[in-house]
Structures are given as C-alpha cells and as structure tokens.
Design a protein around this ligand. Structure first.
Ligand code: SF4
Ligand code: SF4
Ligand code: SF4
Length: 586
C-alpha cells in the first residue's frame, strides 16, 4: 500500500499503515506484546507500563501502545532490559495485590495472573504500600473490589467513551489513588446503569458481575421448586466460546442439553417472548402512527438503556415503547399462562434467565416486576409476593455452572427446547445483534401494513457495527424512517436530536452494548471485535436455518393469543407484558 511504512521488529522487516503504533506493528510481525491497560477502539492512558519495548539509539524504554511506528525504526520487543522492566512492573503491581486467586471469580481468566505467570514472577519482593480497600458489594449487578484494582483505567475509559456515562473515575493521589464513583459512593448509588462493560474490560477481579450460581444450584436441589430456565438469543452464539469452543460456535442444542443435565425442569427460550415483543411493539408503533402518539418510538428491551434514559433524559421517557423486555415478558407469562396450563403452583415456580447482560439482574429486581403475582392475587390466590424473574445469570455464570457440574459440553447431544415457551423464529434470534429488533419489527410491521412480505427478508441497511445506522421503509406509499444505535454514547446522539426536535425518525432501536447483546457486559470476557463479528455471523446463521423467520409466524405465539392474551395490546397484554418508566434519581 502506498501509505505503508517499513520498520524492523526484532531485526525482521514489517510493513504497516502509516500512523500505526509500535504495538500494532509488533502484532503485524506476529509478536505478542503483553498489555494490561490497552483496549481496541478506546483511548489508552498508557498507565500500566507492561508493553515497553527498546528502540535502537534511545536511552529509555518506550510504551509501545502509544509510541508511533516510524520508517526504519529498529525495535527490540523482548531484550533482557525489556523483560526485566516488565517483570519489575508486574512485581510492583502484585505488591499491593491480595493473594486471593483460588477464591477469585477471575481465577484462570485474569490477565494479571496470566502476565505474572508469563513474566516468571515467583516472589513478591516489594512491600505493600496501599491500605486494604473495603469491597463494594451492595449492588444487584456489579461488585467492586478495589484491593484487586491495578489502576489500569480501562473501566473509566469504557464507561466514559463507549457509554457516555462516566459513573467512575480516578480519585485520590499517590498511594491513595483508587477508582470510585462520585463522592466515593457505592456504584449502585451512582449514575451507573449496570451495563457491565467495565466487567468485560477489567483485567482482574476488581469489577465482576454479582455471582448467583450458588443460589441457583440451591433452587435446583430443592424438590419443592419447579425451576424453569429461559435463554436469551445471544447466548447460543457465545456460550460455546465461554467453554473453550471457537468464537462464533452455535451451541443452541448443546445449551438446551446442558441445562437439562443441570436439573432445570423446563428449558424454555427467551426467543419466544422476543417474537411476542415484536407482536406487541409492532402493534404499539402502528397504533402511535395512526393515532398521533409520541414519535419516534424507541425500543425498550435493553435494561442498561432503560436505566440510562431514566437517569439522563427523563423528559424523553414517553418515547419509550411500553413493552417490557423479553426477559420480563417471559417471567410474567411463565408464572401465569404456563403455570396455569401446567397445573403448577406459581409460588413454587423459579424462573432463571440466562442473559448476556448484567443489567438484567437489576431489571429482574425492579419492584414493579411482580405482575404474575398480582394477576394470581386478583384471581384470589394468596401467597407472599414474588418476582416474575427470580435470577438473571450471565453467560459467564452459566459456563461456570456447567464446569462445576462436570458436564462435557463439547460432547453433548443437540436437544430441543420445551414447548410452548420454547418455540421461536429467526426474527427472534437476531434480537441478539444490534439492528436485530428493528429488522424483526420490519419483517412483521411491513407485512401487517402492506399485506406483502418485506422484499428480501434481510434488512441489510440496519446490520453491521457502525454506531448509528438508518433506513427508510416504504409501506404502501408511507415512508418510515428508522434508526439503530448501539452503545449509550451513540444513543445519546439520537436522543439529543429528539430533544432538539430535529429527529427525522419514526422508530429507533437502542442497545446498550457494543454490537448489541452479543457484546453484552455478561458475555465471555473479551473486547475483541473479531470475536464479536464471529458471534454476529453465528446469529444470522441461526436465523437462516430456522423454518419460520417472522415473529407473527410463530405458531406458539399464535396459540398464546388465541387461548390466553386475546390480541396484541389487549387488556391482559397490558397487565402482564407492558410497564411504565420513571425518572431515576441518584
Ligand atoms: S484478580 Fe487475578 S491475580 Fe488477583 S486474586 Fe483474582 S485471579 Fe488472582
Ligand atoms: S456498569 Fe456500565 S455504567 Fe456502570 S460503571 Fe460499569 S461501564 Fe459504567
Ligand atoms: S477496576 Fe479494573 S478496569 Fe478499573 S482500573 Fe481497576 S483494574 Fe482497571
């Protein structure tokens, strides 16, 4: 390429685009430089100092993540001086670090642990300089243990740059430096939206999801409980990766099989209620369009996004669809429709969700999410109040449960979900990727309005990883402009347009996480966009493989309306499937 430059890494020539860093040049040369603070597509503060390299003619070592590669530069990536410096940096980090590896959630997936091993650290020669920190464990979704924090700054950068939230920052100076929310409050008392992206990027166990595996095992061992599980669309494209299979492995059947072996009484699918969401949300959009309702209407299935708009843009709440997320629709139906149909006491039903998302833990415990209990109460049933969803586990937690139970995941047979809450269409599968809800809604809304199928069922314009994408649908002469955003920083740009009265859109999809749920904060720890792309491809493969690809074609959803709900937006739908949002004050 004309703009390429040539330099030398360990005496071997390599060509890279002008503007590359030395770290990128080393990667191109097949040299793996260790890093602890660097991240793809997020600015680096070069704080950790692990990635140092030696340049010919230079007195000091340089940090390869921020130093530009230049023509003719001669780089030594693993000279004795470099290796000694990296080992010393690691030993200094370990000086203030507890020796908790065996009981740490990040044992075996910790970058600090891996680097200490790689650097051959066998002792801790430096004394501790920091006072032990008190863990912050009161939140429903995210746990913090600043004792394990190495001040790499990744969490601060991702929260500010990717999410535009800035819930946490550096605080204190010198040995008192630490990461904290405003005024050193607990994270759950800050503007944090529980998206969990910080847990994805944290190299250590300093930021993790609230682990609920023990509680779920206890429910599974309780003979008085009927434990049913639902799995979000994106899990089938990422669980295999969490268990050592290739990124992008599609493990739908093995996942169902593993869940049965863990002891779940019924293995259902959140995709069933993703299809239902399209029926309800599509009808709501058409109703708003036909009756002068608030537009643009914005999707409401991503709970980090709901926390964000409730915190930062409360005046725009009327734009949200009143539909609950598919997780919450499922919980309400499992403890009403399904419990009644199966003749099971709803108070004994435990609903466990497997989600790509830490914010789902928070959503499940919103005080208003007890609609099945209210529905039974109105029918005269007496019991203590219960939530519609009892536990929301992340992909990482399910992977830990499968490992703990000693299940040979790769060798499992493929099994189907149980009926009726396990049947779904390709439209539901693509909820797992940014743009998927919009495409699924278009497949149904277009057909409902025009009586014809959407030409070329795949809506390419809303696919991909660009931050904001838009499209125009022509419905019998009515042009409908729609937009899709992933990450909250991009959502902010669309909300600012609505607030300014300049938004040209009728319908907007927002997903909190990079790439949508496939890049959710509860997914296997990685910020590698190639892995996200592999998961995305897997989701679209699944869509193409399913017999039905439009939500309104789901036969079990049709039966649900016929025998229980009546019609979309009907009285029972409002009772069980819709909700209200309110300003969140912190
Ligand atoms: S954060 Fe890493 S190094 Fe620290 S205790 Fe946990 S596994 Fe060990
Ligand atoms: S969970 Fe999300 S919003 Fe909260 S601190 Fe982490 S990145 Fe920021
Ligand atoms: S909490 Fe984790 S990501 Fe944040 S600075 Fe500490 S080690 Fe880095």
């Amino acid at each position: 390429m004309p703009n390429d430059i040539e330099l030398f890494i360990d005496n071997r020539p390599v060509r890279v685009p002008a503007g590359s860093t030395i770290l990128q040049a080393c990667k191109a040369a097949g040299v793996d430089i260790p890093t602890l603070c660097h991240m793809e597509k997020v600015s680096s503060n070069a704080s950790c100092g692990i990635c140092v390299v030696e340049l010919e003619g230079a007195k000091s070592l340089v940090r390869s993540c921020v130093q530009a590669a230049s023509p003719g530069l001669k780089v030594q990536s693993a000279s004795p001086r470099v290796m000694e410096a990296r080992r010393t940096v690691t030993e200094l980090l370990l000086a203030n670090h507890p020796d908790d590896c065996l009981s740490c959630l990040r044992n075996n997936s910790c970058e600090l642990q891996a680097i200490a091993e790689r650097m051959g650290v066998r002792k801790k020669p430096f004394p501790r300089t920091r006072k032990p920190a008190k863990p912050d464990t009161i939140g429903l979704a995210i746990m913090r243990d600043n004792d394990k924090c190495i001040l790499c700054g990744r969490c601060v950068a991702v929260c500010r740059e990717t999410q535009g939230v800035s819930a946490i920052d550096f605080a204190g100076r010198g040995v008192r430096s630490h990461i904290a929310p405003f005024m050193d409050k607990a994270l759950s008392q800050s503007v944090c939206v529980s998206c969990g992206l910080c847990t994805l990027v944290c190299p250590t166990g300093a930021l993790t999801e609230r682990d609920e595996c023990d509680e779920v095992f206890a429910e599974l061992y309780d003979p008085k409980k009927v434990v049913v599980v639902q799995t979000a669309p994106a899990i089938r494209a990422s669980l295999g990766e969490a268990l050592g299979l290739e990124p992008g492995s599609l493990v739908t059947g093995k996942m169902a099989s593993a869940l049965r072996r863990l002891g779940f009484d019924k293995v259902f699918d959140t995709q069933f209620t993703a299809d239902l969401t399209i029926m309800e949300e599509g009808s709501e959009l058409l109703h708003r369009l036909g009756n002068g309702g608030t537009l643009p209407m914005i999707t409401s299935c991503s709970p980090g996004w709901i926390n964000f708009i409730e915190t930062f843009y409360p005046s725009l709440l009327p734009h949200l669809s009143s539909c609950k997320s598919p997780q919450q629709m499922f919980g309400a139906l499992a403890k009403s429709y399904w419990a009644e149909k199966a003749g099971v006491d709803p108070a004994s039903v435990v609903v466990v969700s497997i989600m790509p998302c830490t914010a789902k833990k928070h959503e499940a415990k919103r005080p208003e999410m007890r609609d099945a209990w209210l529905w039974w109460k109105e029918k005269g049933a007496e019991s203590e109040p219960y939530f519609d969803v009892d536990y929301a586990l992340t992909t990482r937690e399910l992977a830990r449960m499968i490992r703990r139970a000693g299940i040979d995941f790769a060798g499992l047979p493929e099994e189907d979900f149980d009926d009726p809450l396990g049947r779904s269409t390709g439209a539901a599968t693509i909820f797992g990727a940014t743009g998927g809800v919009m495409e699924a809604a278009a497949r149904t809304a277009y057909e409902l309005v025009t009586g014809k199928a959407l030409p070329g069922i795949e809506l390419e314009a809303v696919r991909g990883f660009d931050g904001i994408r838009d499209a125009e649908l022509d419905m019998n002469g009515t042009k409908l402009k729609v937009a899709v955003a992933h990450t909250l920083k991009n959502a902010r740009a669309l909300l600012d347009g609505i607030a300014a009265g300049t938004s040209p859109y009728a319908f907007i999809e927002v997903m909190s996480c990079p790439g949508g749920c496939l890049g959710g904060g509860g997914q296997p720890v990685s910020t590698d966009w190639k892995k996200r792309e592999a998961r995305r491809q897997a989701i679209y493969r699944e869509d193409r493989s399913l017999p039905e690809r439009k939500s309104h074609d789901n036969p079990s959803v049709q039966v649900l309306y016929k025998e229980f709900l009546g019609k979309p937006l009907g009285h029972l739908s409002h009772e069980l499937l819709h909700t209200e949002y309110k300003q969140r004050s912190v």
